[in-house]
Design a protein around this ligand. Sequence first.
Ligand SMILES: [Cu+2]
Length: 127
Amino acid sequence: MCHQSKIKTPQLGPSVLDYPTNKQSREKLHEFMFGRALETVEGKTDGYEVNLFEKVSADLFVYASGKMVEVGGANFEEIEVEPGAEVWMRMTFPPEMKGEWEIGCFVQEPNAKGHYDQGMKAKLIIE
Ligand SMILES: [Cu+2]
């Protein structure tokens, strides 16, 4: 998975992001968290102290078995996406959300670095 290739800079006002997506991966589940200020639990990076979608709600478009499922007005902390699956998001960022955020995957696997520490993260700048 390469988050960088999927990033678009969202604007204030209605935005549609074509991620989280896990279309490229054939075997691994990934999760997407959006926030600021890394949180560490027992020495492992485990998410963000500030969650972007705590105050901003999004409409999620989930493609399951080839059919679309819409979840309107969702506040969430993470989205887990199985290999081959796709989720689109539509939201409106208010001016106070302007600035630099991050997208990260915090999946842990036995006997390996967590996905975040393997580099599954990307800057998300709201302009
Ligand atoms: Cu991952």
